[in-house]
Design a protein around this ligand. Structure first.
Ligand code: FAD
Length: 483
């Protein structure tokens, strides 16, 4: 029997929606499903949070600057697209990081993984912690493991194992860059479930991390089966492209064969169609018919699109989103009289300045500036302290430059500056997040068959996790359409 062609509509052209469309095409081909994909993006360009600006020889990221190499979904996609040869790693000579403590930049002790010490000497000698704080962290070695059931906050967990000082002075600022949120509200299970496992297995976080490091070392030394035809990757925890992360976006877009991309197309509503399938109503008054729909916009946007009859949609608003802004400043080398020998610095909340983190971009990533030029990027705004994001550009820049003077002594005028506001951009996985996601998706599966949800507000916000969600969501859609 001849099967009629199907249509899948993907809403949102960020990295999640783009990878969903890409893998939908691929899996439809493999499954022999005749599928047309339509990708709808409200903005005039694809990429969502991934936005590269190429200007005056600089490669500037307004959003994410790289992705984790160890989570394989991103690297695999790069290989499929044939752009893995353009990946670059961080500058090996600028891999350390500083933390601001009492107004001064201190080097983060070596071997410190989100505040968990895995090397004795650097930790024992650091000026970042008091002796009391160090001894308290050491108690982790003898404190019994927790009998806690269910999810807990990452902050509470780390505080119980390592003490308040390690949390406030090290873990909080180091993690703020990823989640821009409050450690004492964030879910352990949705952010660092492996720490809980290590505690349970080894009775101590430090011992667990040491064992893990040993294992990783043994694995690294073990003879590897060569991956057939795979190019070796740069030896770096983080990766990006010589021409910026937009390269990934451009390559996915160029690879589409059966995906129709519609930019400047904002979705307003999703309606159930009698007899099955959905009507996607657009802001311009037109509508599309779809057999399956994937929503990849921020959760609060998705909540507004769903039919009123689907009561569970309000649960999507339980994920709070924090606003941040990034400020890029470009300089001539001669204007900076400060040794940029690291990837940058992070700032604990208690320091009370505007900057929450600084990236010495042209030191961390050598491809981002020409010789003789310096590029820096600063984050402002974090959970509980977002008002700065609403200020005009000049005020944000003024405050960043004031902090730049007090922390690094830089007073020179930048050659140019770029402020990017990311309002409600950082989803917060608060305690119980994964259970809520599960409960929501179960209800959606039951009440809205053929509608799927993916993206940074669900099961992972890093680029590889977003791509991974694209793969699993495409898989679900194809199984559904084959039924
Ligand atoms: P988005 O990128 O938000 O895409 C959603 C898309 O939906 C947008 O394009 C939007 O315009 C569109 N849309 C919204 N409403 C509608 C509608 N009604 N109709 C049609 N389209 C609509 N991750 C890393 O891995 N490494 C990093 O270094 C890193 N740094 C970051 C720095 C910043 C400043 C930010 C904000 C995030 C960072 N992240 C980083 C996280 C990562 O960038 C994001 O989690 C990820 O890009 C989100 O992708 P997404 O496709 O799920 O959502």
């Amino acid at each position: 029997e001849q099967q009629q062609g199907k249509t899948a509509v993907v809403i949102g052209g960020g990295i999640t929606g783009m990878s969903t469309a890409y893998y939908l095409e691929q899996q439809a081909r493999e499954a022999g499903v005749d599928l047309q994909v339509i990708l709808l993006e409200a903005d005039d360009k694809l990429g969502g949070k991934v936005q590269t600006v190429r200007r005056d020889g600089f490669v500037i990221e307004a959003g994410p600057d790289s992705f984790l190499a160890r989570k394989t979904a991103a690297v695999n996609l790069c290989r499929e697209l044939g752009i893995d040869g353009e990946l670059v790693g961080t500058n090996p000579n600028a891999r350390k990081t500083y933390i601001l403590h009492q107004g001064k930049l201190h080097r983060i002790p070596q071997g410190l993984n989100i505040g968990v010490p895995t090397q004795f000497m650097p930790f024992a000698t650091t000026t970042l912690l008091s002796w009391g704080g160090k001894l308290r962290a050491g108690l982790d070695l003898i404190k019994p493991k927790s009998t806690h059931q269910g999810d807990q906050s990452l902050g509470a967990f780390l505080e119980r194992r390592l003490g308040t000082e390690v949390v406030d002075r090290l873990a909080e600022p180091l993690l703020a860059g990823i989640y821009a949120g409050d450690l004492r509200k964030l879910s352990m299970r949705a952010t660092f479930p492996q720490y809980e496992t290590l505690e349970q297995k080894h009775g101590s976080l430090i011992r667990g991390m040491l064992a893990q490091a040993q294992e990783a070392k043994a694995q690294a030394n073990a003879p590897k089966k060569p991956e057939l035809g795979a190019r070796p990757l740069p030896n770096s925890v983080f990766l990006t492209f010589r021409t910026g992360l937009a390269r990934l976006i451009e390559s996915i877009e160029a690879a589409y064969k059966r995906t129709e991309v519609r930019k400047n197309t904002r979705v307003e509503k999703l309606e159930e169609r009698e007899g099955g399938g959905y009507t996607v109503r657009l802001q311009d008054g037109s509508a599309l018919e779809a057999d399956a729909v994937v929503l990849t916009t921020p959760n609060f946007e998705a909540a507004n699109m769903l039919p009123a009859s689907f009561a569970a949609k309000t649960q999507l608003n339980q994920v709070p989103y924090v606003s941040v802004a990034t400020v890029v400043l470009a300089f001539d080398q001669g204007a900076i009289d400060f040794p940029l020998d690291a990837s940058g610095f992070v700032v604990p909340k208690k320091e009370g300045i505007t900057i929450t983190a600084a990236t010495w971009t042209s030191s961390k990533w050598l491809h981002t500036a020409e010789d003789g030029k310096v590029l820096m990027r600063f984050y402002v705004g974090r959970g509980g302290d977002e008002a700065i994001v609403e200020e005009p550009d000049e005020e944000i820049i003024r405050r960043v430059r004031k902090d730049l003077q007090s922390t690094m002594g830089v007073t020179a005028d930048p050659a140019f500056s770029i402020v990017t506001r990311w309002k409600r951009s950082m989803p917060q996985y608060t305690v119980g997040h994964l259970d809520r996601v599960k409960s929501f998706t179960d209800q959606a599966e039951r009440d809205l068959p053929g509608v799927y949800f993916a993206g940074a507000g669900f099961t992972g916000l890093g680029i590889p996790d977003c791509i991974g969600q694209g793969i699993t969501t495409a898989d679900k859609v194809i199984s559904y359409l084959k039924k």
